[in-house]
Every structure is written in structure tokens, then in C-alpha cells.
Design a binder for this molecule. Structure first.
Ligand SMILES: NC(=O)c1ccc[n+]([C@@H]2O[C@H](COP(=O)([O-])OP(=O)(O)OC[C@H]3O[C@@H](n4cnc5c(N)ncnc54)[C@H](OP(=O)(O)O)[C@@H]3O)[C@@H](O)[C@H]2O)c1
Length: 228
């Protein structure tokens, strides 16, 4: 039997646009109370407390998460979705770019999980990680991005084992190309033009499906591919 999400609470990162915004809208339709963390404000049409934070500044993250916890009062779910793409071959990547991609895509979810796990454990909550198919294989021009996503999946796999003893489910999604701004203007974006893409709403529906699973069912990982 699927679980009702009404009145449950969630932190969603990167909800200002794209996949995170679609997830926030879907959770709002389920009557969940939300705290949304990103650099820019989500559109007014989505409810939830906006908390500004730049994840490339790791020191700013604990304060933003504390504000979110304060607003929500209790925590049932964290959606680690915010991410940044970099399309450069390894020899062209500056140390600053490398570190920025790792801070946003890997260090931020680590810090957020570390801080929220005790609260999630109290409610037998869930973490949903929006990772990437780039966590499962290498692609040309994605050395930093793919390294960050491989790292995120490795972290999430360990967390899933630790989460079991805390009663916290960890769901890691590895989607292929999704129709958002992330890869606009890149070679990858041009290569995928005209091809069937996953829609942000498709992923949002999968997130709702996962959150509605009964506690005796675990879906640790999902590879989600473009098809057609
Ligand atoms: N689109 C795809 O094809 C695809 C495929 C697989 C996985 N993914 C993953 O899905 C997630 C969402 O991507 P998307 O396609 O929705 O991209 P998007 O449309 O570019 O949205 C990215 C989101 O992350 C936030 N973000 C970026 N840099 C940030 C920073 N420094 N600090 C805080 N927040 C930041 C952005 O908010 P602000 O700019 O307002 O900060 C925005 O809300 C990412 O983790 C991405 O790697 C995407």
C-alpha cells in the first residue's frame, strides 16, 4: 500500500529550475511542506521557504540547512538535486573548476546528508539523490562532472548501508539526458538535439513514487535512460 505524503516535510536543493523545480512542484501537489535551497529564487508559483546558498562555498551549507530544519520543524525527506555541469577535457580543466564541480556535486550532498541524518533517523525518513548516468560510465569531456557523480554514487552506496541501521532509505537516481538548461549550449546538448529526452516531470513522478513506497520495500538505485 502506498504511503500518504500529506503534511510530510522535505528539503529540495536546486529547485530554482529544471529537475529540482519539477520535484518541488510534485511534492507540493502531494501537500508536503518544503524548504528550497539554491542560489537564485524559485518562481513564485512554487510554495516553500527559499533559502539562498551557493554550494561552491562549503562553509555556507550548514547554516542554510539549519535554517531549513528550523522552518520545517521536523524532517522526512532530503532531495539532493542541485548540480553543475562542466564540459572540458581533463587537460583543460583548471584546479578552480575541478574543485567547484566537486564542491557543488559531491561535497554539498555529503554535508547535507551528514547534518540531516540524525533528524531523518528520528522519522524513518528518506534521501533521494539525483545523480546521473555519468556516475555509471565515462563520457567525452566529462572528466570533472563524471568524477563528481561517480563520487556521489559511491558515497550514496555506503550511506545506503549505514541508513539501513538507522531506518533511513537512500534512493539514488542515475538519469540520462533530461530536457533542462543544464547542457544548453554545450556539445552534448547539440548532439542530443532532436533526440527523445527524459522530461523533468518524469523524474519528479519517480521521486513521488519512491517516497510513497512502504518501509519494507527498498529501491536503492535506479538507472533511468532516454528511450526512443
Ligand atoms: N539535465 C540532465 O540531462 C541531467 C542528467 C542527469 C543528471 N542530472 C542532474 O540533475 C540535477 C539537476 O540538474 P538540471 O538538469 O535540473 O539542471 P539545471 O536546470 O541547470 O538546474 C540546476 C539546479 O542546481 C542549482 N545549482 C547549480 N549550482 C549551484 C550552486 N553553486 N549552489 C547551489 N545550487 C546550485 C541551480 O540553482 P541556482 O543556479 O539558482 O543556484 C538549479 O536549481 C543535477 O545534479 C544534474 O547533474 C541532469
Amino acid at each position: 500500500m502506498s504511503v500518504s505524503l500529506t503534511g510530510r516535510t522535505a528539503i529540495v536543493t536546486g529547485a530554482s529550475r529544471g529537475i529540482g523545480l519539477a520535484i518541488a512542484r510534485a511534492l507540493e501537489r502531494e501537500k508536503m511542506k518544503l524548504a528550497l535551497i539554491s542560489r537564485s529564487k524559485p518562481p513564485r508559483s512554487v510554495a516553500g521557504k527559499f533559502i539562498a546558498c551557493d554550494f561552491s562555498d562549503s562553509a555556507a551549507i550548514p547554516g542554510a540547512v539549519s535554517l531549513a530544519l528550523e522552518h520545517l520543524g521536523r524532517l522526512d525527506c532530503v532531495v539532493n538535486n542541485a548540480g553543475v555541469f562542466l564540459e572540458k577535457n581533463a587537460e583543460e580543466i583548471s584546479l578552480a573548476d575541478w574543485e567547484r564541480v566537486l564542491r557543488v556535486n559531491l561535497t554539498a550532498p555529503f554535508l547535507i546528508c551528514r547534518q540531516t541524518l540524525p533528524e531523518l533517523a528520528r522519522r524513518r525518513g528518506r534521501i533521494v539523490n539525483v545523480i546521473s548516468s555519468s556516475a555509471l560510465q565515462g563520457y567525452r569531456g566529462q572528466a570533472a562532472y563524471s568524477a563528481s557523480k561517480h563520487g556521489f554514487l559511491g558515497f550514496a552506496r555506503c550511506l545506503a548501508i549505514e541508513g539501513r541501521s538507522l531506518g533511513v532509505h537512500i534512493h539514488s537516481l542515475c538519469p540520462g539526458g533530461v530536457e533542462t538548461d543544464l547542457i544548453k549550449g554545450t556539445d552534448l546538448g547539440r548532439r542530443l538535439q532532436g533526440q527523445p529526452m527524459i522530461r523533468a516531470q518524469d523524474l519528479a513522478e519517480i521521486v513521488v513514487f519512491l517516497l510513497k513506497q512502504p518501509p519494507n520495500v527498498d529501491v536503492p538505485e535506479m538507472a533511468i535512460r532516454r528511450f526512443g
